[in-house]
Design a protein around this ligand. Structure first.
Ligand SMILES: Nc1nc2c(ncn2[C@@H]2O[C@H](COP(=O)(O)OP(=O)(O)OP(=O)(O)O)[C@@H](O)[C@H]2O)c(=O)[nH]1
Length: 194
């Protein structure tokens, strides 16, 4: 079975739940006392998609302002970016729009963008309407899901949607050197920090 490596980065304001989404996806766990990311952290997870294995190489960036300048190192060369906002924080949705602008200006031209409205378990505190966010995502042809890392809602779905959109993106990637590899492992996960 063909193994495809897909570099994915997570972007978004501090505290929106980027690391929690990654932990839920890779380890199927949730830590309410998780620490803010320093610099960035890296994890991988391989999943089967149709007749291929997709190995996600996931760069979870730090949302704190002091690390902002590091982000290009992680979104450059990415096949996809998951930009996360917190549905209970309007400001975090504005920050997301800034990330979209930055990716447009400096990111890979064919990057798949997924917008994740996280903390959808906190409906009573909602500040960003699902419709407004979906309309915005549609306007930039991005994937859109509301997620809850806490309650494991729509976490796998984000990555499945990325897998679905990658073939078109990879047709370009293949011509630039990234592409298919034959692999042996059916599933794995790993975490390192830097
Ligand atoms: N209720 C709720 N809390 C969440 C959810 N996801 C994350 N949190 C909490 O939000 C806080 C921040 O989560 P992180 O995953 O560290 O956020 P981050 O975006 O990675 O933050 P930085 O590393 O600073 O960029 C933590 O207290 C999490 O437990 C969620 O889906 N629901």
């Amino acid at each position: 079975m063909a193994l495809r490596e897909l570099k994915v980065c997570l972007l978004g304001e501090t505290g929106v739940g980027k690391s929690s989404i990654v932990w839920r996806f890779v380890e199927d766990s949730f830590d309410p006392n998780i620490n803010p990311t320093i610099g960035a952290s890296f994890m991988t997870k391989t999943v089967q998609y149709q007749n291929e294995l997709h190995k996600f190489l996931i760069w979870d960036t730090a949302g704190q302002e002091r690390f902002r300048a590091l982000a290009p190192m992680y979104y450059r060369g990415s096949a996809a970016a998951i930009i996360v906002y917190d549905i209970t924080k309007e400001d975090s949705f504005q920050t997301l729009k800034n990330w979209v602008k930055e990716l447009r200006q400096h990111g890979p031209p064919n990057i798949v963008v997924a917008i994740a409205g996280n903390k959808c378990d906190l409906l009573d505190a909602r500040e960003v309407s699902e419709k407004d966010a979906k309309d915005y995502a549609d306007s930039i042809h991005a994937i859109f899901v509301e997620t809850s890392a806490k309650n494991a809602i729509n976490i796998n779905e984000v990555f499945i949607e990325i897998s679905k959109r990658i073939p078109a993106a990879d047709a370009v990637a293949a011509t630039t050197g990234r592409g298919f590899k034959l692999g042996r492992q059916a599933s794995e996960s790993q975490r390192t920090c830097c």
